[in-house]
Design a protein around this ligand. Structure first.
Ligand SMILES: [Zn+2]
Length: 156
């Protein structure tokens, strides 16, 4: 048993087992790699390398990875690529909507100058709203951008 490094532990509540550890105070648990990864804020792979180095363990990195692991890595790679593609398409969409709104807004501004106020009253009121939507589209917050794209589609 040991004092847990993950919470204010005055009396030892972390138990080390043959294949891992668990703190009965804060419920943190894991194996040796998890412990080193959390203690030193490392990725699991780097924690494993650290352990291997510190304890002089020989790790054969030439060992080919299993078909299953390879398949999982490939799936994750494809998923990441698909995500990047979607993100690109989305930012193109945001850009396009932004430009469309700019055109609408310019149109509204010109109307203010050239047409009787009464005729375009509702559009005149729309001007600050269009400006607001444009600033939302320019924000780097994806949730705000999605909302703005939805709201903007009403205008064209
Ligand atoms: Zn703990």
């Amino acid at each position: 048993m040991a004092r847990c490094p993950f919470h204010e532990d005055r009396h030892p509540s972390l138990v080390v087992f043959g294949n891992g550890w668990k703190c009965f105070g804060c419920q943190e648990h894991g194996d040796g790699v998890d412990l080193v990864a959390r203690l030193y804020n490392l990725r699991p792979i780097d924690a494993a390398r650290t352990i291997a180095r510190d304890f002089g363990l020989h790790v054969d990195v030439s060992q080919p990875i299993s078909t299953d692991a390879r398949r999982k890595i490939e799936q994750a790679r494809k998923k990441a690529a698909r995500r990047r593609q979607l993100e690109k398409a989305f930012s193109r969409k945001v850009e396009e909507v932004y430009l469309q709104l700019a055109i609408v807004r310019r149109f509204v501004l010109n109307l203010k100058t050239f047409v009787e106020y009464e005729q375009v009253a509702d559009l005149v009121h729309a001007e600050p709203y269009l400006e607001y939507l444009q600033s939302e589209l320019q924000s780097r917050d994806i949730t705000r951008q999605v909302e703005a794209v939805r709201a903007a589609e009403r205008w064209f």
